[in-house]
Ligand binder design. Structure first.
Ligand SMILES: Nc1ncnc2c1ncn2[C@@H]1O[C@H](COP(=O)(O)OP(=O)(O)OP(=O)(O)O)[C@@H](O)[C@H]1O
Ligand SMILES: Nc1nc2c(c(=O)[nH]1)N=C(CO)CN2
Length: 235
């Protein structure tokens, strides 16, 4: 997805959370100073592949085999550690550097790509961690307009950004170990972020003409929200 298509949804997210676009843009510009261009073919060839997009819900420990059986594994944040502890190596990590940046830095040094996200509320982490990453394996991302080496392939939370990235590079089937939208153990802010993750994955599902089982029971709410945002625009 390109930014022009993502922008109306981005605006709706900013409005709901009270995030400032200018703060996201400042964060993006900090990342642009620290990162180098990352041609997306450096991810490897995911075209037509079954890609597991691993989320960090507690159920990931029961879903590990879904990742193990996939052609490609792209994992969000702490999902990487859960999978690696169980013998599943990831092909890419997607993170906003807020929980396990040491894992991300080590992956880049081992030649595993990490999509590191800069947003208005993580600038100190961007400044601290991007210089410790191996440039060649660091894909800097933004949710604002892309600039220089910093890209935006769509999405908001680490997990749904991973799915949008996989889609962007031509993934075949997407499967979703470690996802639980109605997780009773998350706080109110995380729950609202997960609501957006569901809407964004619903949007991706519609665009791809695919069915993601994790969305069963949630499509009505997501469609209503999406239709308010997308009516008249590029669906
Ligand atoms: N029940 C869940 N709890 C946490 N994450 C979930 C859950 N279900 C799906 N996910 C996905 O897994 C991702 C990684 O979650 P984790 O809690 O490790 O990281 P995070 O850095 O707090 O995520 P984010 O900053 O994107 O909210 C989330 O971004 C979300 O997309
Ligand atoms: N400005 C801002 N952007 C974000 C934030 C956040 O807390 N603030 N959290 C995200 C995923 O958790 C993704 N994007």
């Amino acid at each position: 997805m390109n930014f022009e298509t993502f922008e109306p949804t981005y605006e709706a997210i900013l409005a709901e959370f009270g995030f400032e676009r200018a703060a996201d843009e400042r964060a993006r510009d900090v990342a642009a100073e620290l990162a180098t261009p990352f041609p997306l073919d450096r991810l490897g060839d995911w075209r037509g592949a079954t890609v597991a997009v691993a989320g960090a819900a507690p159920r990931l420990v029961e879903d590990v085999d879904i990742a193990r059986d996939a052609d490609v594994v792209v994992a969000a944040s702490t999902a990487v550690d859960v999978l690696r502890d169980r013998g599943v190596e990831v092909d890419c990590m997607v993170t906003d550097l807020d929980k396990n940046p040491e894992t991300a830095a080590a992956l880049t040094r081992d030649g595993v790509p990490v999509a590191a996200h800069a947003h208005g509320d993580n600038v100190p982490a961007v400044r601290e961690w991007l210089p410790r990453f191996a440039d060649e394996w660091t894909l800097a991302t933004t949710q604002a307009a892309p600039t220089g080496p910093v890209v935006n392939t769509g999405g908001f939370t680490d997990g749904d950004r991973a799915a949008f990235l996989a889609d962007h590079v031509g993934a075949g089937r997407l499967v979703f170990p470690g996802w639980e939208f109605d997780d009773p153990d998350v706080g109110p802010m995380k729950a609202r972020k997960l609501d957006w993750a569901a809407r964004l994955l619903r949007w991706l599902e519609r665009r791809r003409d695919e069915r993601f089982g994790i969305l069963d029971g949630r499509r009505g709410e997501s469609d209503a929200a999406l239709d308010r945002i997308l009516s008249g625009g590029d669906q």
